[in-house]
Write a protein that binds this ligand. Structure first.
Ligand code: HEM
Length: 418
């Protein structure tokens, strides 16, 4: 059978060309793979969920006599199935892991300069992947259609419609009309979440990996000492494939344990949507945006070419948009002439490393602002808008200058000594 196929498809040639590619052995290179594993688990658990979920807000009667939206009722049904709640939790926690791992993977790329020539294009593809992953997670938010899901999605709807000139079109595309209210919203978010966005993710992940295989990995610095001028690593098959298999099995094992021990998003506790807005906060990856919305005063509103620029647009779209543009421009501003072979060390690039630390400080402080109402209820100083603004702007600046100075003092001297 193998011989028959080899004669027709040149399997030997394919094996030598693709499966003997060297993979560098370094823990930070597993972050991209963990992102991939989370995606695979999301697709597999998602297939189970689609078989039992009803994407509709029509009213249905539960066996206990309550009348609830069909989407909400179908989540209760999934939770009642054998392992249903565990599979739903595995899906939920894997979404968290995928976003966290993609973000950490991006930090690795930023801190090691792996976005430079010749990998600028794959870096841009990676940024698109991060954006797509977050949007896919957002479209899944509303689907359980409980009080929490509707409240959190309403914030996203508010941001979408606030975008000048294209807001209404975006709201139509993503929500099929006004949210909550339109009967089209859940079917629309559902088709985006289970079909269009995962298919796009699959295609773009494929492109990311093909480019990565073609360009080869950057090499960890030890490779320069151990085998100068050579590609150092283990072949993709069988060594790397076995390591990936073990890591995947570990991922599934650990995450299944977590999913069983900590059931995610308890829809029963939140109940079906009510006109009252429950005091909920978005998940950690949207908390910084929510924090910005909390501290931008409602008076920040003006008209521009017939459109209204308001606080929701500034906090929810303009600030993330500026960060995205800075990210997109990075490989064209921080350039090198030769093709990058070995990873750069964060200590050798104090400005870049301090910039990344300042970005993290900004995200953390903006997330802290998400607790403004809680701080106010406790009578804490942190409930004050001026204090929160000082932290959101001051801590990143301070982080930048302190880390830059320390890196220059400690590693600048070391570099001179070398
Ligand atoms: C869904 C999201 C993503 C998946 C599944 C993914 C997957 C991977 C995998 C498996 C690798 C090879 C192993 C490694 O270097 O870690 C890789 C490399 C790479 N990724 Fe990603 N990635 C994703 C998002 C991103 C993001 C957000 C960025 C940056 C903005 C990025 C930029 C890169 C670059 C530049 C490389 C080559 C690294 C090198 O040669 O050192 N990726 N990706």
């Amino acid at each position: 059978m193998y011989k028959w196929l080899d004669e027709r498809l040149d399997l030997q040639g394919l094996y030598k060309k693709v499966f003997r590619k060297a993979f560098p052995v370094h823990h930070s290179f597993f972050l991209g793979e963990i992102t991939l594993f989370a995606f695979i688990v999301l697709v597999l658990t998602g297939i189970f969920l689609t078989l039992n979920y009803e994407p509709s807000i029509r009213e249905v009667r539960l066996p206990d006599g309550r009348t609830v939206p069909a989407a909400y009722g179908s989540i209760l049904y999934i939770d009642s199935l054998p392992f249903g709640a565990v599979i739903r939790s595995l899906h939920h926690w894997s979404a968290h892991v995928m976003i966290a791992a993609a973000f950490l993977h991006m930090l690795r790329i930023l801190l090691s300069g792996a976005y430079k020539k010749p990998r600028e294009l794959n870096y841009l593809v990676g940024l698109a992947l991060l954006g797509l992953t977050v949007v896919t997670a957002f479209t899944g938010y509303a689907l359980p259609y409980d009080n929490y899901a509707v409240t959190a999605t309403r914030i996203g709807y508010g941001i979408a419609v606030s975008i000048p000139w294209i807001g209404d079109t975006l709201a139509q595309v993503f929500f099929g009309g006004e949210f909550p209210g339109s009967e089209k919203s859940i079917p629309r978010l559902y088709s985006l979440h289970v079909l269009w966005l995962p298919l796009t993710l699959l295609a773009v992940i494929g492109l990311h990996l093909v480019i990565m295989l073609k360009q080869k990995h950057t090499q960890p610095r030890y490779a320069e000492r151990v085998a100068p001028g050579k590609i150092l690593g283990v072949p993709m098959y069988p060594q790397q494939a076995v390591m990936m298999g073990i890591l995947f099995a570990l991922y599934v094992g650990v995450m299944s344990f977590i999913a069983g021990a900590f059931l995610a998003h308890p829809v029963e506790a939140f109940g079906p949507p009510t006109p009252n807005t429950p005091a909920v906060k978005p998940d950690w990856y949207f908390l910084w945006l929510y924090g910005l919305l909390q501290i931008i005063p409602s008076s920040w509103e003006f008209r521009l070419f017939g459109a209204t620029i308001g606080p929701e647009f500034i906090g929810g779209a303009l600030v993330p948009g500026i960060l995205a543009v800075v990210g997109l421009l990075l490989p064209f501003v921080d350039v090198r002439k030769d093709k990058m072979r070995y990873l750069e060390l964060p200590s050798e690039h104090p400005a870049r490393t301090s910039g990344v630390l300042a970005l993290l400080a900004f995200l953390l402080m903006a997330s802290l602002a998400g607790y403004k109402i809680d701080f106010q209820q406790q009578g804490s100083l942190l409930g004050n808008n001026a204090v929160l603004w000082t932290l959101v702007l001051g801590v990143p600046l301070l982080t930048y200058f302190v880390s830059y100075t320390l890196l220059r003092v400690f590693y600048g001297r070391k570099a001179e000594a070398r």
